[in-house]
Design a protein around this ligand. Structure first.
Ligand code: AMP
Ligand code: MG
Length: 507
């Protein structure tokens, strides 16, 4: 039995925490007629919704904020956050409203949140709306990340309207339905720390542990254990981002999920050529959230969380600080080990040797110097052929079986040296080309969501209400590791004009 729009079982666990944690507020419907722009069947299955549910007018009405689910008590969450390093003591969902908390048949908890559904008490100077452009970007990317096996919020659908929304120019308003087991952020704890409302920190931590980390209840110090777990999950998440070339763009603490999910897709970007200093957010003038800074920012953000948890960790402030510091000090090691593991997988290495770190670093350096495309290179490396170096004529590279990879580089002699080391390394563990290739193609995607791809889908949607490209990309990115020969053009280098695309926080 699947759920209809009348039988979705609603729960109110977060709502019951009370008004100190949220504000009850109803979505504001669009002024103009709304329409379904895209629907994600697999997300609907996750919620155990009935097949074909999206064809009902009631579905569009509910997910465009016009109609409430029966017994729904929608609310916006309260939080603070460190934005670009500075504390903003009062934020909260300024344009997002949770319309339902439901449990699917497996008893998994999901919050359904409308992003762009109008003003809330936390809207400050904002209009409570999201533009179609940013909604498409979040929708496509969150699903792409999920298919890349990276923890993330999900998305159920996009609804759109003709309502005018004012940004740098006039755009149209849309609503994304975002799904997450919980939308609690680091900033959800910080707000009560800075307000000295320590009881509320405890209430929230108890809630998060009860519903999302129940295994920690048996720990002697569950709050310290919570910090440890979040450190582990965040390190793992950022290692995955780095391994796939994903830059988040706005790693403020209000965008950091307590569950270690990728949260809030704004001006994100995937690397084209490997450029560690890549800044995807054009409003990030200092490069605080540059690609290579993400691991450090992860630690900064975890320190903010740790500080907010101090009152729970120990009665003695000194002891609490010492315990938290001890946990935070493990972050760098955990991150390095997670990242090394991801890169070993990307290179198809079964065993682990000290020299591997240099092998990875030297490859990345070569890629940086020669502006090599990150995704394309790693995908090509999946077809690397091991040969006995002494039997080939290294001076005549035409005979080199790996010439397709070699040709990508400008400084080919330097690549030859690296190739030689990679060859030796693979031979050392008796690597089998065929088996390695299969495994590597499960971790080195052929297709990622490059900015230019999203841009084409956005332009068609904005200009002609033509949503076909959203659908094409959506399907393409459901299987990023498959060959999909009919989609080969999406696996190539981005077009020249893609450099001119500018994405910022304005969304
Ligand atoms: P973001 O950079 O999208 O994570 O947003 C930071 C804060 O600004 C959050 O509290 C958002 O809810 C709020 N915000 C962003 N855009 C708007 C908007 N158009 N209207 C109201 N609040 C907004
Ligand atoms: Mg945010």
């Amino acid at each position: 039995m699947s759920f209809s729009l009348k039988t979705i079982p609603l729960h109110q666990s977060f709502l019951k925490l009370g008004e100190q944690f949220l504000s009850e507020v109803k979505p504001t419907p669009f002024k103009t007629k709304s329409a379904l722009i895209h629907f994600n069947e697999s997300a609907a299955q996750l919620l155990d919704l009935k097949d074909g549910i999206e064809q009902q007018q009631l579905f569009i009405d509910i997910f465009s904020g016009k109609h409430l689910l029966e017994n729904s008590r929608p609310f916006a969450m309260l939080y603070a956050g460190h934005q670009f390093g500075h504390l903003n003591p009062q934020l909260g969902d300024g344009r997002a409203i949770i319309i339902a908390e439901m449990h699917n048949k497996k008893k998994q908890k999901w919050e359904l949140q409308l992003k762009g559904s109008g003003l809330t008490p936390y809207s400050r100077d904002g209009d409570g709306r999201a533009v179609l452009r940013s909604t498409i970007r979040e929708y496509l990317c969150s699903e792409a990340m999920h298919r890349l096996n990276i923890p993330t919020t999900r998305a159920l659908c996009i609804t759109g309207s003709d309502d005018e929304v004012y940004r740098e120019e006039i755009e149209t308003g849309a609503i994304l339905t975002r799904l997450a087991p919980s939308h609690v952020r680091f900033g959800s704890f910080e707000i009560f720390y800075y307000r000295h409302q320590y009881d509320h920190i405890r209430t929230l931590a108890d809630y998060v542990i009860k519903y999302h980390y129940p295994e920690l209840l048996s720990e002697t110090n569950p709050y310290l254990a919570l910090l440890t777990e979040v450190i582990k999950r965040t390190a793992k998440l950022i290692a995955l981002w780095q391994s796939v070339g994903f830059a988040h763009g706005v790693m403020n603490t209000d965008n950091m999920s307590i569950l270690g999910l990728t949260l809030d897709y704004g001006p994100y970007g995937f690397l084209d050529n490997y450029e560690p200093g890549y800044i995807c957010n054009h409003s990030d003038y200092q490069g605080r959230y540059a690609f290579e800074q993400q691991p450090n920012i992860g630690l900064f953000n975890l320190s903010c969380l740790a500080q907010a948890l101090l009152p729970l960790i120990d009665k003695s402030p000194d002891k609490a600080a010492e315990l938290a510091k001890h946990e935070l000090e493990k972050y760098q090691t955990i991150f390095s080990s997670d990242f090394a593991e991801q890169m070993r997988l990307k290179l198809g290495l079964k065993e682990s040797y000290d020299e591997d770190q240099h092998l990875v670093e030297d490859l990345l350096n070569l890629m940086k110097n020669d502006h090599v495309d990150y995704t394309i290179l790693f995908r090509k490396l999946c077809d690397f052929v091991t040969v006995n170096i002494s039997s080939t004529n290294v001076n005549n590279q035409d005979t080199n079986n790996n010439s397709a990879i070699r040709d990508i580089f400008i400084q080919r002699e330097q690549f030859d040296q690296w190739e030689n080391r990679y060859q030796q390394r693979l031979i050392k563990e008796d690597s089998n080309d065929k088996q390695r290739s299969i495994k590597m193609k499960r971790v080195n995607p052929k297709y990622i969501l490059r900015n230019y791809m999203a841009e084409i889908a956005i332009k068609k949607a904005e200009a002609d209400k033509d949503y076909s490209e959203i659908d094409r990309l959506f399907k393409l990115l459901q299987n990023p590791f498959d060959e999909q020969p009919e989609n080969e053009t999406y696996a190539g280098l981005p077009p020249e004009w893609s450099n001119e695309i500018s994405v910022s926080c304005s969304s």
